[in-house]
Design a protein around this ligand. Sequence first.
Ligand SMILES: [Zn+2]
Length: 123
Amino acid sequence: MHEFSLAQSVQETVISIAKKQGAKEIKKVILKFGTFALIEEDQFRFCFDILQKESELLEQTELEIIWISGVLKCQQCSFEGKIEDIPQKHTELAPVFRCPKCQSYATDIISGTEATIDSIVIN
Ligand SMILES: [Zn+2]
């Protein structure tokens, strides 16, 4: 239920920003998710959709998600680069990604685990 708690925190944050600005509605929310953040877009949208109905401010909000490619560094072969889609294993707390070059799991994530609000458009 990683997606639901994330959707909830996005909901709370954008509503509090909109209220501070005295907005009547939130037209658009743009989010930036790293590909290593292990967020399922469909599931996230499904959760956010439910939460949208709880607030008038969010009823008509368009949700845009920008995906940022994760960057991986391998300890074995020193590969470093963007990873689009690779076989992976992970636990709840620590995603582990395989090096695309030597298949080692001894990799460090340089970037790509972010899940942030990029901007919101209010009215
Ligand atoms: Zn490697």
